[in-house]
Design a protein around this ligand. Sequence first.
Ligand code: PLP
Length: 375
Amino acid sequence: MIYLDNAATTKLSERAEQAMEPYLKNLYGNPSSIYELGEQSKKAVSESRQIIARALFCAPENIFFTSGGTESDNWVLENAMEQGKHIITSQIEHHAVLNKCRKLQGQGANVTYIGTDREGTVNLAQLENNIVSENTLISVMTANNEVGTIEPVSEIGRIAHRHRALFHTDAVQAFGHIPINVNRMNIDFLSASAHKFHGPKGVGFLYVRNPENFGPMIYGGEQERGYRSGTENVAGIVGMGAAAQEAIEQMENRMRREQKLRNYLAERLVREIPDTRINGSTRHRLPGNLNVSFAGVEGAALVVLMDEEGICISAGSACSSSDTSPSHVLKALGQSDEETYEAVRLTLNFENTREEVDYTVQKLKEMVAQMRKEK
Ligand code: PLP
């Protein structure tokens, strides 16, 4: 099998798996218990919090563990609603943001959706013009999950703070893959998810710059200092910490490898398959992401054929691949409904090889030619 769908999820790293193992077996204490077995779990959770905090250049007190990206996004938006904030977001956010915003609008929230250019970069002038009060939360993703476009996060944060507004970024696709510094980038809230950087599924975190102005969404036994109740997912949190540590240590090396291989893949596809279009930005892009369209070829059908050859790729975003509506991201980039159906996403990781890419190109060439002939 050749796995080229790392934006959907990633393989658990060996280091994360080894770190988790004791907490799935012998070290099963509840971190809230005061005897030694509980203390060991508590210490492990605390160490992971320190690793994540170091990765973002913040204090451990600013990190709250959650069940993943979706919960972290929902939490920030729910809080904004409770504080009567105007929410400004983009048209290309993940559904964890967009569907929560729609729900909040149904409850009376004021939400504004900002457009992007054809590369998927959020329109900063439109964003700034829509800030009408200090009581505003801006929520724009660090990098897009479909086309990989990296947003001008520092600049968005600067705009937010110039107007005394707050800035949340969904960094689910970015954390562990590209450098992030919450201070330099003017970020007030940041969502991330372990399974996107070779950690386990069902665990993530939310960074909160000022917890004193923030409240819980889940109530119960007062874990996470009362901000997020529920017995901690100790093994998950430990695995996430190990994966984060590894991702930070290896980041430069991984970025270089992924970028080089992704560029090679893109160049070959554009050169060897007629009418190939690259979607998204070619300059500001996640290192492993390639989103391409082959004119006249349906992306979803291509995904099925590639699967038969043992190659995992995706049409649009995996989270909504059962959904047959056109990609809201590609629509926001100005594509017609018909064009959006042509897109396929290939997302590499540092372990992918040139041989795998060569085989993928070969199969894509064959499939695209065959599908075009049969039309
Ligand atoms: N935000 C983005 C940008 C994502 O890509 C995803 C997952 O695909 C999520 C949020 C949801 O994260 P999780 O699967 O951890 O709930």
